[in-house]
Design a protein around this ligand. Structure first.
Ligand SMILES: Cc1cc2nc3c(=O)[nH]c(=O)nc-3n(C[C@H](O)[C@H](O)[C@H](O)COP(=O)(O)OP(=O)(O)OC[C@H]3O[C@@H](n4cnc5c(N)ncnc54)[C@H](O)[C@@H]3O)c2cc1C
Length: 301
């Protein structure tokens, strides 16, 4: 992870200064605030600001459901009820603002999550750093033969060495040309907004990303999942640890109902009921397609 001296000084100053507030704070989140956690070879995630805690979720729910929530006195029980029944708006009362440094190809996946506010480093205005994501050898994997959108075994031997060499050399050559093109030493110098187009997608960018808890959990469910690409998953996993400390009840409910749980189609639910009654269910009598049956069997195993 490479932080500029200015960023390091800013973090130290922010963590060294305390202010009194009447606002609700989360002790778990206070411990993370401003700290930069390394991700991949040069990336980072750090919390810049946040709003709300588990109690804020309950407060909002109690305003909207009034007496309806009287039977659920306990905050954890109420949060579990809200998560179970997809009452999502109380979770929107909490917000988080992150500073993320990430390779451009990861940013392209991340930005598909449209329900956040983003401010990205401007490569029109500023010069990009010579920082490229180069995978560790164990993550330099072959194309998966069973999943077009995945990877298989790690490359080995001469092939692994050659691929790593290409990744490093191509990145360095592209950056040398970038520097040369923007230089105004003895020439006009190409505009930064044009010179950047020659840089590979493993170069790092940075942004501030602000999102509410409901949409963050949606992001985490998709991106901390085993089906997500490793390079975005490691960011999601780092954020999961922060969220677990920020809103422990909400995160526990999320792990239980969303990450660890599943939704069943009416047909699949009928198969569960028939199995419980002692009927032998196969793909042929299940009413499911082969793909659905494979996934259903995977769930029941
Ligand atoms: C494993 C994986 C593989 C993927 N593969 C591909 C791929 O091959 N190609 C590809 O293009 N994308 C791919 N994606 C991206 C995926 O299709 C979604 O675009 C991305 O995950 C963002 O999801 P979202 O739209 O639910 O999230 P957000 O944009 O954060 O939106 C959250 C929710 O808000 C609502 N919402 C937001 N905006 C609108 C809107 N304009 N209209 C209606 N409702 C809205 C929806 O309910 C949405 O679920 C992949 C994602 C994953 C996790």
């Amino acid at each position: 992870m490479t932080l500029t001296p200015e960023q390091q000084a800013e973090i130290e100053e922010q963590r060294g200064t305390t202010r009194q507030t009447l606002r609700a704070t989360s002790p778990g989140m206070e411990a993370h605030l401003y700290t930069a956690y390394p991700v991949l070879d040069h990336g980072l995630v750090r919390v810049i600001d946040y709003m709300g805690d588990d109690e804020a979720i309950c407060q909002a729910a109690r305003v909207s459901y009034g007496r309806g929530t009287k039977s659920v006195q306990n905050d954890e029980g109420l949060i579990r009820y809200l998560m179970r029944h997809w009452h999502s708006t109380p979770f929107e009362m909490c917000e988080i603002k992150l500073h993320v440094k990430l390779p451009v190809f990861v940013a392209r996946q991340w930005i598909r999550h449209r329900t956040a506010n983003v401010n990205e480093y401007s490569a029109r205005y500023s010069i990009l750093d010579r920082e490229f994501y180069i995978p560790q050898p164990e993550h330099l994997a072959a194309q998966s033969v069973v999943n077009n959108q995945g990877r298989g075994e790690a490359l080995s031997g001469e092939e692994a060495d050659r691929v790593l060499r290409y990744l490093r050399d191509d990145a360095m050559r592209a950056y040398d040309h970038y520097e040369e093109m923007i230089s105004d030493d003895g020439q006009q110098g190409l505009a930064r907004e044009l010179a950047r187009m020659n840089l590979p997608a493993n170069i790092y960018t940075q942004w501030y990303w602000k999102v509410d808890l409901h949409n963050l959990l949606h992001f985490l469910r998709l991106r901390a999942d085993a089906h997500a690409q490793y390079e975005i998953r490691v960011y999601a996993e780092e954020i999961c640890k922060i969220v677990a400390d920020w809103v422990p009840f909400a995160y526990k409910a999320f792990e239980d109902y969303r990450m660890g749980g599943t939704t069943l189609s009416a047909t699949a639910l009928d198969c569960v009921r028939r199995t419980l009654k002692g009927e032998e269910i196969t793909q042929e009598n299940s009413g499911m397609s082969k793909g659905e049956w494979r996934e259903f069997e995977g769930l029941m195993r």
